[in-house]
Write a protein that binds this ligand. Structure first.
Ligand code: ADE
Length: 235
């Protein structure tokens, strides 16, 4: 899978996407992340990419021209399944959306800044808008890093234990059961006996019940049929 990220702050991604699992996915050739500095596509003096909003009002707007230039260049090089604008107004990211995006070959993530992008970008270039939560970040970069991480870790071969992404919280609308590691007794705090029993069937049953109970208490909305993560239409 290839992810092209358009940003005025490419430095934010070095670190976030160059460590651990994201690094391994790229080294193994399972994912490619390409960063594009939007200013490189400006035709203005001082590589300007933003300007005042017509009609007045506070805040600068990312202009259509450099965004058009970079997206047209990318589209001339390959086909994209989705050109995604990271925006607090977008559809809320959830595990189903991450699963769905992980099946795509090539996607673009456009990071907004300031007051956002010229509306014509959204009308004519963008195929999808994604938000990572109901709060406003100072730019789309951290959101794009979140989407990239959530998607890339799902690609086959990225996680060493193939089943571990499937047993994540949210994959089945249940949050994950508790996990323990050595020592089995730490200052009198003990690991549940059943996990030491070696009975795989009983352990799986216990884990499922723990997941269900935790979901009922912590995230009951995940169990409702109209929960966004339960709704196949949200794909
Ligand atoms: N850009 C600014 N805030 C954002 C959010 N919550 N999600 C995605 N992109 C954003």
């Amino acid at each position: 899978m290839r992810i092209d990220i358009i940003t005025v702050l490419p430095e934010i991604f070095t670190g976030a996407l160059d460590q651990s699992i994201m690094k391994r996915a790229q080294q193994k050739g399972l994912a490619e992340i390409h960063l594009h500095q939007l200013r490189d596509y400006s035709t203005m003096r001082h590589r300007q990419v933003d300007d005042y909003a017509f009609g007045g009002g506070a805040g600068m707007v990312l202009q259509i021209e450099p965004i058009w230039n970079v997206i047209e260049k990318l589209k001339s090089e390959r086909n994209y399944d989705d050109i995604i604008y990271m925006s607090p107004d977008g559809e809320l990211l959830n595990q189903q959306i991450a699963n769905n995006l992980s099946l795509k070959e090539n996607i673009v993530l456009l990071c907004g800044h300031y007051k956002g992008v010229d509306e014509r970008v959204r009308e004519h270039l963008i195929t999808r808008e994604i938000s990572i939560g109901n709060y406003v970040l100072s730019g789309g970069e951290l959101a794009a890093a979140v989407v990239s991480d959530a998607v890339i870790r799902l690609l086959p071969g990225v996680l060493s234990d193939e089943t571990s992404a499937l047993s994540d919280s949210f994959q089945d609308n249940l949050i994950a059961p508790p996990v323990y590691s050595r020592p089995n007794d730490f200052k009198g705090m003990k690991v549940p006996e059943i996990l030491l029993s070696g009975h795989e069937k009983n352990i799986n049953e216990w884990r499922f019940n723990q997941s269900l109970e935790r979901t009922k208490v912590r995230r009951p909305e995940l169990l409702l049929p109209h929960s966004p993560t339960n709704n196949p239409d949200s794909l």
